[in-house]
Write a protein that binds this ligand. Sequence first.
Ligand SMILES: O=C(O)CCC(=O)C(=O)O
Ligand SMILES: [Fe+2]
Length: 373
Amino acid sequence: MRLQARIVSLCCFRSGPSYIPHMSDAMVLCVGCSKHGPRFGTIASHRFPMCGRQRSMSLLGSDRRMRGKPTLHVGSLPRILPRLCWRRRFPAHEALQTAGAEHEAEAAIVLCVCPESRSKTAIRDVQLIEVSYSPRALLVEEFLSKEECEALKRLASPRLQDAKTINRSTGAALPDKVRTNSQMYFDQASHYQDPMVVAIQERMQVLARIPPGHGEPLQVGRYRVGEFYQPHYDSEPAQNVRRAATVLVYLEPPEAGGETIFPKHRRCQEADFEDCCSRIEELVVKEGGGFAVKAEAGTAVLFFSHDLDGQHNPLSMHASCPVLQGEKWVAQQWFRLEPYAGSPFFQFRKPVEGSEGDAEPRPQEEGDGPPEL
Ligand SMILES: O=C(O)CCC(=O)C(=O)O
Ligand SMILES: [Fe+2]
């Protein structure tokens, strides 16, 4: 169904009002939950792929008069969404106009409640700095504390492995030319018995507003001097790796180099990669209209590889420039577009008390193995 494809990458998460401002450029589309139903009003029933089950759709008016009133029919979404989503920019007031008078209230805020996302972790008063609109990229400073950064490094250290590319025909593990750093996955049950790891992953999921069953195992990576990750996409739909969003947190900044760049053009690939990294302002920012993020310990970058219409955004190509001095450590959390069988949420975490009936359905194993991207 067309509508599903369009809205699948929209965030589906219950959030407090503190989240709404940065979403003023998007509709926060939600699937109502029975517990909140009466308050928000049930409008229609719709199968929503993000939640993977039949849910009633509830919409919340942003305007005082309309608050709590059912204001929009699911049937009108296909008409309204593309007009909102395909505009380059649609802050709330613009969205209101775009949607037209009859939809005035609901266009700004549509509240999403995924039952499995009823997290106790609320990030209040978080400051989201928009660094790019396409791809959508937001920065959160002090997302992880110093202690959390150190703890992740400590836990990851003994299990770091050099990045390898597996030759599909021979099965041989060869040094990866695209990415030369070392990394490890938090992919053991014991990792998720650590309340800190669970809390960090949950916070990332709350930030991305994607249900936990979409999250891959958390990864930690280390770059030493000269190590890099060449321009790449986190989401490769053609290879059946469909990642909606990435939360990248810097655990330790290098003393020099190691910027994360989004060149937004092809120039910085391969032979031109190092050139771009040595002239970021000129080649990435001015020429490409791209951006670079300089690592600061604890800072998170949230970016979306797919647009609000579900399409993969080619501008989401990014890279980690070679570290010139010191070491760079990062933690990466990838979120799939669909619920992911390999998610720690399905593999290791016990259902939250009282939520059995609501739990996200475990997806079929796809046999796509551990993520390689
Ligand atoms: O380390 C970085 O700055 C980027 C890492 C990255 O893009 C990835 O792991 O997918
Ligand atoms: Fe990446």
